[in-house]
Design a binder for this molecule. Sequence first.
Ligand code: DQA
Length: 141
Amino acid sequence: MKVYVLNGPNLGRLGTRQTDIYGLTSYADLAEMCVRVGKENGLDVEVRQTDAEHEMIGWLHAAADERAAVVLNPAAWTHYSIAVRDACAMLNGPLIEVHLSNIHTREEFRHHSVVSAVATGVIAGLGVDGYRLALLHLAAR
Ligand code: DQA
């Protein structure tokens, strides 16, 4: 099964970005972990990050065409991008929305996700382990 692990804006800065909230794991280490967990569980995992909304939407369109599964951390787009949500709604495979932090315990503007209503499932607050669990779930489906 092909799985795209797609990451939105500022997630390329993991490891140095607000480490009290997002942890010390670097983006490179997160990407490597996802590929490794995928391999161990029979998934073909490709990990990407972008700060450009149009690029993310293009990746979601391609995932829809391939009927691939998607693990998505939409980062700040979570809270306001109807364009990202609309692209997610077109997916033909499962979509797992992942957040490193528990968005519900943070500022009020982070409590709502415009993506969750079109996601298969949502994981928040488990740090990078959320990505591992999302992949294990996809492998088990
Ligand atoms: C995040 C939470 C968002 O509110 C924030 O804008 C991010 C990361 C998370 O993984 O906890 O960039 O999606």
